[in-house]
Design a protein around this ligand. Structure first.
Ligand code: 5AD
Ligand code: SF4
Length: 442
């Protein structure tokens, strides 16, 4: 169906939110919309939202405000706000009052029904529909965009862990896994249309399939995905340390396409804080998992997420987090100031940490991690690494860019014809954020 209409989709937040935004775009494509980046000529603007931290929420509220001006310039443009922010209990009413210019409000559980909302809006209605529970665990619109090298593939939805700071289980519901057959078919069809790298997505991929009988776990899934011809690489996020099994580490070590990269959020290096966070592991247990990874896969890259300023975090607790950064040797860390999310346990805790202390701790943590990351990259100088060529570098279009199996970004000179293929790059320099090198022919 072609109707010459244009949709602009803006995604905020994690890869799951990005993937949801892709699903929404794909649904509109079935109804004749083509995707565009130009807000001024758009017929439909979708904002897929995130609520994991207050800073994301504020950014989105600013964007929704800006779209009011767009609507004043172009009365015909339709505006849809979807995803986590809208799914939070009680938030819709507040948002609707602030933003009467929005045409569609929808949550995380009824993405697949977006076309019915769109049809109603095209007939002049304004709609708000949020399901309290998910009703389907299947993808209606697997993406098969021609020429797309990388794709995110949901393998499970929701989360049962209830870390005390986190809103995700409240907005994405209970954990549920997709059937392996469905996932494998989706990846095969992505590969048919040119995709070479997939990232398997879940809030805690290590507990994939725990409801399946006969038993079938994430390592089993990885082994099967590894067999798909023409696929070059498999990535996965996120791993909860408490569920990281030896079997999974061995599978990553043995898999041909599975990249040797673990995103293993530590959140804090203090046992007291980990307990209050309800993370269900200790720093010692975490370090034993890291040791196991290093033992089986000496060149594995490890990345992490860390929160500073969680309620009750003392200087000593914080020092333990800093010590952890030095012990674990992360190649990269995503660092956050604790952000109070209403409805979570931590929001009710006493001894919330003042903003100035959180800021100071974040600065310190970032400066230590920057040194650690640079150290990690310097250690790669002289090594020959496999890079999946993504395209011209954004900062220097004369050069190409791509990622190593360990997820390090590399900028190198090479041939445009190699885009989409694997090349070997000899690393010559470690830049502030990237590695620099030259292609070496076999
Ligand atoms: N405040 C700060 N950071 C948070 N995260 C999740 N919830 C919060 C919060 N309330 C971080 C965690 C998680 C990452 C996706 O976001 O580090 O791993
Ligand atoms: Fe949030 Fe914890 Fe679930 Fe991750 S594992 S989504 S941090 S509750």
């Amino acid at each position: 169906m072609k109707n010459n209409k244009k949709v602009v989709t803006l995604a905020y937040g994690c890869q799951m939110s990005e993937r949801d935004a892709e699903t929404l775009t794909e649904i509109t494509r079935h109804f004749g919309y083509s995707s565009s980046n130009d807000l001024e000529t758009a017929d439909l603007v979708i904002v897929n939202t995130c609520c994991v931290r207050e800073s994301a929420e504020n950014k989105i509220l600013g964007k929704i405000g800006e779209l009011k001006k767009l609507k004043e310039r172009n009365i015909n443009v339709k505006i849809a706000i979807s995803g986590c922010l809208v799914q939070q209990p009680g938030v819709l009413e507040r948002l609707q009052k602030r933003a009467p210019h929005v045409d569609i409000w929808t949550g995380t559980h009824n993405l697949h029904d977006f076309h019915t909302l769109l049809q109603r809006v095209e007939q002049g209605e304004k709609v708000a529909e949020i399901w309290q529970e998910p009703k389907v665990t299947s993808e209606v619109a697997p993406l098969a965009e021609k020429g797309k090298l990388h794709a995110n593939v949901n393998i499970m939805y929701g989360c049962d862990n209830f870390c005390s700071y986190c809103i995700v289980p409240h907005v994405r519901g209970r954990e549920r896994s997709r059937r392996p057959q469905e996932i494998l078919q989706e990846i095969e069809s992505l590969v048919d249309s040119g995709c070479r790298e997939v990232t398997l997505l879940g809030q805690n991929v290590n507990s994939y399939g725990k409801e399946f009988s006969p038993a079938y776990d994430f390592a089993d899934l990885l082994q099967q995905v590894d067999q798909i011809p023409l696929l070059s690489r498999i990535r996965f996020i996120t791993s909860h340390p408490k569920d990281l099994s030896d079997k999974l580490i061995e599978t990553v070590a043995e898999g041909e396409k599975v990249c040797e990269h673990f995103h293993l959020p530590i959140q804090s290096g203090s046992n007291y804080i980990l307990e209050r966070m309800n993370r269900k592991y200790t720093r010692e247990y975490y370090l034993s998992r890291v040791q196991k990874i290093r033992e089986f896969i000496p060149n594995a890259s490890l990345t992490t997420d860390i929160i500073v300023g969680f309620p009750g975090e003392s200087e000593v607790d914080f020092e333990q987090t800093l010590a952890m950064m030095k012990q674990a040797h992360y190649s990269q860390a995503f660092t956050f100031m604790y952000s109070k999310r209403s409805g979570t346990l931590a929001a009710e805790m006493e001894d919330q940490i003042p903003l100035d202390i959180k800021k100071r701790r974040l600065q310190k943590l970032m400066s230590i991690q920057n040194q650690e990351s640079l150290e990690w990259r310097k250690n790669m100088i002289g090594k020959l690494v496999e890079v999946l060529v993504e395209g011209p570098s954004k900062t220097n279009p004369e050069r190409l860019t791509g990622r190593t199996r360990g997820y390090e970004l590399v900028v190198f000179s090479g041939n445009l014809e190699t885009i989409g293929s694997l090349v070997n790059v000899r690393i010559s320099e470690a830049g502030s954020w990237t590695l620099i090198g030259e292609v070496e022919l076999a």
